[in-house]
Design a protein around this ligand. Structure first.
Ligand SMILES: Cc1cc2nc3c(=O)[nH]c(=O)nc-3n(C[C@H](O)[C@H](O)[C@H](O)COP(=O)(O)OP(=O)(O)OC[C@H]3O[C@@H](n4cnc5c(N)ncnc54)[C@H](O)[C@@H]3O)c2cc1C
Length: 387
């Protein structure tokens, strides 16, 4: 059933964070409007590796069938220059953003969410949301007042531009993201293997998607990328150096999508009736492949706080809870991304440590947060708490 009256909550952005939030709140009987400026399915810069935390949230929501459409990852091959190391890497699944994002949106709609694509939202200074129908430019914008607002519009979102208290703090000398999907050349990694190639320009991750195509996603240093002649050439050079000439040629021909500078945080992630989750609340770097899972985790954790707002209570805890939730993970992610600024040194260390029996998989697990985020069910003290 779709609610047509004023919603209790407006969620801005239908990526994994926003759709999870919308779905959870609607299942608890709240009237939710979910808006996205894009039309779906849509492409997205992403390495498409869904970490164990994200899989567990899908399972807890009864949406396991979405993850089952993906390909389980079993190996990570990390390469820099002529050096290559192969580590066991289990627990994640490769899933295209088409399948994951559409699956979550469909679940939200099934739960009663009023989903509006091609609708751009902007949060007003007095906690309203102005909605602009991008297919009807002549139609006047509408404003919704009195709803709780969840901002999940990603790192490229600008819905909070009129709210100085949420201003971004963007790191200088920041890498930016690019991504594309290509038909599989014969030197592409096999299904279930993640190939990561790093050099001083940045790093590119390559995986096979569930439909057989190849997803490429990279984080690049802007100055060095410009010197190389742009993202397509920079990524082609990375692949060429790694002895993947056909992949390099496909990367050189492909159309790449980009993101703004990646590493950033907000001055605040909650104020008044507005809460930010997912990339919209801050981002480190994608090397550890956890952004989607962090967004989904933030959604399930913040949902009760949004409900409290709807019930008329003032929200005062999300800034602190958010900080605690992400602190350890972001520290690890920062350490890994710092290490990847000196790829040959890091890889030499990883190769040596990876030879120690049993340590290889653990290294990969630590880099992706699996060992810290996703204990086996028997080790979890309280399976109800996803954190
Ligand atoms: C190179 C690279 C590789 C990555 N690899 C991985 C990986 O392997 N695994 C992983 O888990 N994560 C990865 N990530 C991170 C992951 O892509 C993000 O963390 C994830 O998409 C965040 O989800 P989200 O829901 O917060 O935002 P998004 O998925 O960005 O969704 C935001 C949505 O908001 C919409 N929107 C924006 N502005 C407005 C507006 N004003 N009004 C309405 N709608 C709006 C957009 O259209 C978009 O659909 C990678 C990122 C990069 C850059």
């Amino acid at each position: 059933m779709i609610h047509t009256e004023t919603p209790d909550v407006v969620v801005i952005g239908a990526g994994p964070a926003g759709s999870t939030m919308a779905c959870v709140l609607a299942r608890r009987g709240r009237r939710v409007m979910l808006v996205d400026r894009g039309s779906f399915p849509r492409a997205k810069v992403c390495g498409c590796c869904l970490a164990p935390t994200g899989r567990r949230i899908l399972r807890d929501l009864g949406l396991d069938a979405i993850a089952h459409q993906g390909i389980p990852l079993n190996t990570a091959v990390i390469r820099s220059g002529a050096r290559e190391t192969r580590l066991g890497f289990e627990g994640s699944v490769v899933l295209s953003r088409t399948v994951l994002d559409m699956g979550l949106i469909d679940a939200a709609i099934d739960a009663g969410v009023d989903f509006r694509s091609r609708t751009r939202a902007r949060v007003t200074p007095n906690d309203g949301v102005t909605l602009e129908d991008l297919d009807r430019s002549e139609a006047p914008a509408t404003t919704i007042e009195g709803a709780a607002i969840v901002v999940a519009d990603g790192i490229g979102g600008r819905s909070l531009e009129d709210r100085a208290e949420f201003a971004w703090k963007i790191r200088r000398r920041n890498r930016f993201g690019v991504g594309t999907v290509v038909d599989p050349p014969c030197d592409a990694p096999p299904p279930g293997e993640l190939l990561m190639i790093a050099n001083r320009t940045g790093y590119v991750g390559v995986v096979r998607l569930e439909d057989g195509r190849v997803d490429l996603a990279a984080a690049l240093h802007p100055g060095r990328t410009k010197t190389m002649g742009g993202p397509a050439r920079a990524c082609a050079a990375l692949l060429e150096q790694a002895g993947r000439p056909e992949l390099a040629a496909a990367a050189g021909r492909a159309r790449w999508q980009g993101t703004p500078g990646l590493t950033r945080s907000r001055r605040a992630v909650a104020e008044g009736r507005v809460l930010c989750i997912g990339d919209a609340s801050g981002y480190v770097e994608p090397f550890t492949g956890e952004g989607m899972s962090w967004g989904m985790l933030a959604a399930v954790t913040a949902a009760p706080l949004v409900e409290a707002l709807v019930d008329g209570e003032a929200e005062t805890t999300w800034n602190q809870v958010h900080h605690q939730l992400l602190q350890t993970r972001q520290r690890r992610c920062r350490a890994v991304s710092l290490a990847m600024r000196f790829p040959s040194v890091s890889l030499a260390a990883m190769t040596i440590l990876g030879r120690i029996p049993g340590l290889g998989p653990r290294l990969a697990g630590l880099a992706s947060g699996q060992s810290t985020i996703d204990p086996q069910p028997s080790q979890r003290q309280n399976p109800e708490v996803i954190a």
